[in-house]
Design a protein around this ligand. Structure first.
Ligand SMILES: [Zn+2]
Length: 156
């Protein structure tokens, strides 16, 4: 009896907070998220988040239907093609070279597309991590210092 009451009290509070969150905070999924959702190409918590968002935003269900209709017509976005062919994430070395501007144009375009248009979270995180590491490395500090002195020398 008591445990039953306890079990009821917590979920009702939780559900109210959750509903508030869905109503006021839950952002509409973006087009590329909906496409990935249809492909079941998102991590489980992202799949769940989009499922909730779909319940909250009926217009997004129409958007999903439109994506399906377009796919039936044989039209696919780059993101869909990318997932279909399961092109892998760039390696960490490639991402590092990308930051240094040392990749061939074609590969650099692919990384930009992968991280930007597709919004690959893993690679975005890797890039942020690499940027941070680069900013902290003694070589980077030394390079910056040299550039600083060179540029200030020009003004003196
Ligand atoms: Zn990636």
């Amino acid at each position: 009896m008591n445990t039953e009451d306890g079990n009821q009290a917590f979920p009702s509070v939780y559900i109210r907070v959750h509903r508030w969150f869905l109503l006021h905070v839950m952002p509409k999924p973006r087009q590329n998220e909906l496409e990935a959702y249809l492909d079941e190409a998102l991590p489980p918590d992202e799949m769940a988040r989009i499922e909730h968002a779909l319940r909250r935003h009926p217009e997004c269900v129409e958007q999903l239907a439109a994506i399906n209709a377009r796919r039936d017509a044989g039209i696919h976005t780059l993101g869909e093609i990318w997932r279909r062919h399961r092109l892998s994430c760039p390696t960490r070395g490639e991402l590092g070279s990308y930051l240094l501007g040392a990749l061939p144009d074609e590969m650099a375009d692919y990384v930009a597309f992968h991280v930007g248009a597709l919004g690959c979270r893993w690679c975005q995180a890797s890039l942020n991590d690499l940027r941070q590491k680069e900013a902290e490395s003694p070589e980077a500090v030394e390079t910056r210092r040299r550039k600083y002195f060179q540029s200030s020398a020009g003004y003196l």
